[in-house]
Design a binder for this molecule. Structure first.
Ligand code: PEP
Ligand code: MG
Length: 539
């Protein structure tokens, strides 16, 4: 047994097979083979597996967001059956006696290049499809998995680090736990894991090596210990701990279905943070009273192109309907910084967290913003929807954003499309500037939600992605607590409510302080709802 120690960022016990998540820009070694016929057969078998993965994916996507979006996977599947794709690969294996992985990379790469050089725009774009198909086949041949949904059993997923766009693609039912070499406690990967209630360990360092691929492992997401080939004793200890955690959870069941009140009778809104429709199940299981933060940008990640109005509308509507009248706060696009989608074509920036992100992108690309707002307003006819703008730092930005929202309302009204005219518009308070002018912002907002992850980053000048400075990140810093207090006071003076949707909101050692400050709402990962409700009941 080998024990690796990292930092636990999402509580829970897991055991299973480790699979390494594979990046797209990987290199393949040129290996010579003696059994050429066998190698061709291996390639053909990989094509069959890839084809069945793609059929499954197409079916899933069609069910989730409509058959139009599943077409791409059908095209990929057909490519695998096309001799224009397969013949050059087979020929290369036979003529140069090279391994199938190398032949796919070489011949597939040449075909992609041919497409890229075509004049026709449509054909040019097919280059990316050829690359994608080749990558899938190589992944199957080499036994690494890019698409964790493809294996039959759920796995412990390992990587150097996971980007938000990668986590956005995971089929959650296939991930037992996440383990990474690097990572920051407030990164979106950690947030994703906590939202899903998936145990996670970060910062395991280089000792988490690819050599552990396919080995059995067990882990404790609280202590940050990862055991490779765990012995009986460890498995027993972990299983006892799991039993204890389950018992604790069972004790909290008496708080299910209740509202959240302090001992003195003050009502607190206890909401959940989510990234997509797929998370609503966790919200309902966690017994949240609403959704305080839907990170809508996750819908834009892990795709090749912008989600259109229809896709977004279907998705927001599904969340609103599933929440059956409970409040759903949809945060408008907060892309940029660590959340990158290639097709946005965002330029390289020296300091992306201080650059083109969130509301700044929406205000400079109003068509993009308009499409999203149309989708949200249309969904507002089917539930209790609110809109929230991220990273507002001036009254001017708020007014410009509201103006675009007003334009969208007028358009919809003219087109006779139903929507809730009274959809509340709130803002995230996540820059020190917003805190200082929160009295002015409150006059023009329906509610505030404190994004303490970014507020901490911008106030303490600590990059939330930079693990090197983690010892300098004091999330309980007096500056942050005073800022929260000031924001709540200014909100209340203007007669609006103020909540916290950053990670700090779930820290139970601060709950009493938040209650004393008058915080009205806490939006946390779904799995924390019942324990927080029980805690608040004692306050
Ligand atoms: C925050 O900054 O606290 C927040 C909730 O937004 P995100 O973590 O998505 O940046
Ligand atoms: Mg933020």
């Amino acid at each position: 047994m080998i024990t690796l120690q990292g930092k636990g960022v999402s509580r829970g016990i897991a055991s299973g097979r480790i699979v390494f998540f594979e990046r797209s820009n990987f290199t393949v070694e040129k290996k010579l083979v003696t059994d050429v016929v066998g190698e061709v057969e291996r390639f053909k078998a990989a094509c069959i597996t890839a084809s069945s993965q793609l059929s499954d994916l197409a079916a899933k996507i069609a069910e989730k967001v409509g058959s139009e979006n599943a077409k791409l996977f059908e095209i990929h599947r057909m490519m695998l059956e096309d001799s224009d794709y397969t013949d050059p690969i087979i020929k290369l294996i036979e003529s140069q006696r090279v391994c199938a992985e190398y032949a796919v990379m070489e011949a597939g790469g040449r075909l992609a290049q041919d497409f890229a050089e075509m004049d026709d725009e449509y054909m040019k774009e097919r280059a990316i499809d050829v690359k994608d198909v080749s990558h899938r086949v190589i992944s199957i041949l080499s036994g690494t998995q890019r698409d964790v949904t493809s294996g039959p059993d759920p796995v412990i997923l390992a990587s150097d680090d996971f980007t938000p766009s990668e986590t956005a693609q995971f089929d959650r039912s296939k991930v037992l736990a996440l383990v990474s070499q690097a990572g920051a406690a407030n990164s979106h990967t950690a947030i994703f894991a906590r939202t899903m209630g998936i145990p996670a360990i970060i910062r395991l360092g280089a000792s988490l090596s690819m050599g552990f691929s396919n080995k059995q492992a067990a882990l404790d997401g609280e202590t940050g210990a990862l055991y490779i080939d765990p012995d009986e004793k460890i498995l027993e200890t972990l299983s006892e701990k799991k039993k204890r955690i389950d018992e604790e959870k069972a004790l909290l069941e008496k708080f299910r279905g209740k509202q959240t009140f302090t001992k003195s009778g003050r009502k607190i809104k206890l909401y959940a943070n989510i990234g997509s429709v797929a998370d609503v199940g966790a919200v309902i299981a966690g017994d949240a009273e609403g959704i305080g933060l839907l990170r809508s940008e996750f819908m834009y990640l892990g795709r090749d192109d912008y989600p259109n109005e229809e896709i977004q509308y279907e998705s927001y509507r599904a969340v609103a309907e599933k929440m059956a009248g409970k409040e759903v706060i949809i945060r408008t696009l907060d892309i940029g910084a660590d959340k990158q989608a290639g097709y946005f074509g965002l330029p390289h920036e020296e300091n992306p967290a201080l650059g083109m992100r969130a509301i700044r992108i929406c205000l400079t690309r109003p068509d993009l913003f308009r499409t999203q707002l149309r989708a949200i307003y249309r969904a507002s006819a089917f539930g209790n929807v609110s809109i929230m703008f991220p990273m507002i730092s001036s009254v001017h930005e708020l007014r410009m954003s509201k103006k675009i929202a007003e334009k969208v309302r007028n358009e919809l009204a003219e087109e006779n499309i139903p929507f809730n005219e009274k959809t509340p518009i709130g803002i995230m308070i996540e820059t020190p500037a917003a805190v200082i002018i929160s009295d002015l912002l409150a006059e023009e907002s329906d509610f505030f939600s404190l994004g303490t992850n970014d507020l901490t980053q911008y106030t303490l000048a600590v990059d939330r992605q930079n693990e090197m400075i983690s010892e300098f990140v004091d999330t309980h810093h007096k500056a942050i607590l005073r800022m929260i207090k000031l924001t709540v006071e200014n909100a209340h003076n203007a007669g609006i409510w103020c909540g916290i949707c950053g990670t700090l909101g779930a820290e139970s050692d601060l709950t009493q302080e938040f209650m004393n400050m008058g915080v009205d709402e806490l939006s946390v990962e779904p799995s924390s709802i019942l324990s927080l409700r029980s805690r608040i009941a004692e306050m």
